[in-house]
Design a protein around this ligand. Structure first.
Ligand SMILES: Cc1ncc(COP(=O)(O)O)c(C=O)c1O
Length: 304
């Protein structure tokens, strides 16, 4: 899995976790404390910000644009930066090469550590996804995490983290105090599944089917929801949409649910105390059969 993302790591640089969320919690328990400042994307993954917050860190919210996290002087006094460069959550923006270089320069020049959450590593639908940031990290400043949740099974609770051996050693000791280790039967089953080539076959089928669903979703959006603007990369695992100004997607989500159409209002991804824009939403397409996508979007268009 790691070489596919351009990462070559020794066994003592890898920790198996109970998923990316667990990796974030382990990291926060070890590294965060009152006075530590961590930069987080806004809009962004609320659970990460909450995990850092409950460990006492000061969470700095940094804007995102069409190239990913905005890198500027506001980040300078953060000790840690948390980013989702593969596809930014929730906008789906794939961080540009220029921004990646800028970000890596930033962490070198300001003695910072970057936490790269490559949550959809195994399941990136972009044709030629860029390697992980960790692949270009010659300074040992990038902590990489991912999991099998998106492409295989979120219920399995298996993830992995790559970092300096010294840090992994500390995290392993902490993991031992928390739950000793992820269940060995799951690890063994997965190791066999990988070694026998079933996982790659699964990924191939999964990719084909999900590219088909994505195509159907984008076709339906063009024909039945043309007032809404898809944003981010179409290779992302969900579609981030801007509805016309004045539409409250929380209300829309309620109304659509009455028609058995489930969408996610974007408001929950806007962190901080300011008033969140109300007109964004996120549509998933992985857990829905292909033939139900078009009728669902049609109903959403009617409700809108
Ligand atoms: C950006 C991001 N990171 C981490 C997670 C947690 O994933 P896992 O199931 O690997 O714990 C999620 C879940 O949706 C996510 O969106």
């Amino acid at each position: 899995m790691l070489p596919k993302r351009g990462i070559w790591a020794r066994a003592d640089e890898i920790l198996v976790t109970l998923g990316s969320q667990n990796a974030l919690y382990l990291l926060a328990s070890l590294l965060m404390a009152r006075g530590v400042r961590v930069g987080v994307e806004n809009p962004g993954f609320r659970d990460a910000a909450s995990i850092f917050d409950i460990h006492g860190a000061k969470v700095h919210l940094q804007d995102v644009d069409d190239q990913g996290l905005v890198v500027d002087r506001r980040l300078d006094d953060c000790q840690y930066l948390y980013v989702t460069p593969g596809h930014q959550v929730p906008t789906g923006v794939a961080m540009s090469t220029a921004r990646r270089e800028q970000l890596l320069r930033q962490i070198r020049e300001h003695d910072q550590v970057l936490i790269e959450d490559d949550y959809d590593a195994e399941f990136n639908l972009d044709n030629h996804p860029l390697p992980a940031l960790k692949a270009s990290d010659s300074s040992g400043r990038v902590i990489y995490l991912s999991s099998l949740s998106k492409a295989f099974s979120p219920g399995l609770r298996i993830g992995y983290m790559v970092a300096d051996a010294e840090l992994i050693d500390e995290l392993r000791a902490l993991r031992r105090l928390m739950y000793r280790h992820p269940p060995l039967n799951n690890q063994r089953m997965l190791a066999d599944f990988l070694a026998q080539g079933h996982y790659d076959a699964h990924l191939r089928r999964f990719r084909e089917e999900h590219c088909r669903r994505r195509e159907l979703l984008y076709q339906a959006l063009r024909s039945d929801l043309s007032d809404c603007q898809p944003m981010g990369s179409p290779g992302a695992s969900a579609c981030w949409l801007a509805a016309p100004a004045g539409i409250d997607t929380q209300r829309l989500a309620w109304a659509a649910a009455q028609q058995s159409v489930l969408i996610e209002s974007g408001a929950q991804f806007f962190l901080g105390d300011g008033e969140a824009p109300k007109n964004f939403m996120r549509l998933g397409f992985h857990a829905i059969d292909a033939e139900r996508i078009r009728p669902g979007v049609q109903k959403l268009g009617e409700v809108l």
